[in-house]
Design a protein around this ligand. Structure first.
Ligand SMILES: [Zn+2]
Length: 288
């Protein structure tokens, strides 16, 4: 499994745990070359922050529904490009600052997702720094950047910083076919289908590992699609199928379980046991 996948799953888990414990700091910065991936993560965190359920994000409360439709009034996304320039201007940050002092509309918190942090000039960063130093108690900033090195040290010292790597391994025809079949088998209510499918290639550790790794990425794409991201996906039909059949929480579980199973495959655990475990865990992940 590539570092990026480990990172994404670990990051989701780590940051969501921090949110659920009520310990997320007011500023978080994600560094990632893949802007869709970091935006996906930021939206998930924002969703968890506004959620009124027990285990956040619960996926069913009204806040979660609005957040996943990208329509929650207390989640504000901006890339600071209001004035047709590449820079994240000081004016746009000042606007954010004055807006931040207005209490939330519906949730207990207000979350700002600042995209393209690499375009934030020094002046704008200094303006953001002021509010990071003394933020209203209900305000959270999630800064996304492709290059952390463009962020001032003073800003970095005020936020939790996470770096997310990107994998660029290409998908072979065989892997593509297996992933397509796996999606069908997972969504098929007949459990034997999944057993039949996994037993086909479970003895080929390399292939099984790759299929699970790609499946995990496809689930994350489906999660991104669910939260309103409409870019190009590697497996568009499968993304739509997963997105239409599963809740955000199930998708996240499934992505995590695929990641965990991928590690077990690579550790050469007994194949028959692994087939059974895989079928059980995959179904459990989606609550079936
Ligand atoms: Zn919720």
């Amino acid at each position: 499994m590539s570092d990026s996948d480990k990172n994404f799953e670990n990051l989701c888990e780590t940051v969501l745990k921090t949110v659920n414990d009520g310990n997320l700091p007011h500023g978080t910065l994600f560094e990632c070359e893949d802007e869709a991936l970091s935006l996906n993560l930021a939206r998930l965190i924002a969703n968890a922050l506004v959620c009124s359920g027990e285990s956040k994000p619960c996926g069913v409360c009204s806040a979660c529904r609005k957040a996943s439709a990208n329509n929650h009034p207390d989640i504000i996304e901006t890339d600071g490009k209001a004035k047709k320039s590449d820079a994240f201007t000081v004016d746009s940050v000042r606007e954010i600052r004055s807006n931040a002092f207005i209490a939330p509309n519906e949730a207990d918190v207000k979350v700002y997702i600042l995209k393209n942090g690499q375009n934030m000039n020094e002046q704008a960063q200094n303006a953001i720094l002021k509010i990071l130093e003394e933020p209203p108690s209900y305000v959270y900033f999630i800064i996304l950047t492709t290059q952390k090195s463009k962020t001032l040290e003073t800003v970095l010292s005020r936020v939790s910083v996470y770096s997310l790597a990107v994998s660029n391994q290409t998908v072979t025809d065989e892997e593509r076919k297996c992933v397509k079949e796996l999606v069908e088998a997972v969504l098929n209510p007949n459990e034997l289908k999944l057993m039949e499918h996994t037993s086909k290639y479970i003895k080929n550790n390399r292939l099984a590992g790759r299929v699970l790794e790609i499946m995990s990425a496809v689930c994350r794409d489906a999660l991104a699609r669910k939260s309103g991201f409409s870019g190009d996906f590697d497996f568009p039909d499968e993304v739509l199928a997963l997105c239409g059949s599963l809740t955000a929480k199930s998708l996240m579980n499934l992505a995590n379980v695929c990641g965990e199973l991928c590690k077990s495959v690579k550790r050469n655990i007994n194949n028959n046991l692994l087939t059974v475990r895989m079928c059980y865990e995959l179904k459990r992940a989606i609550g079936r």
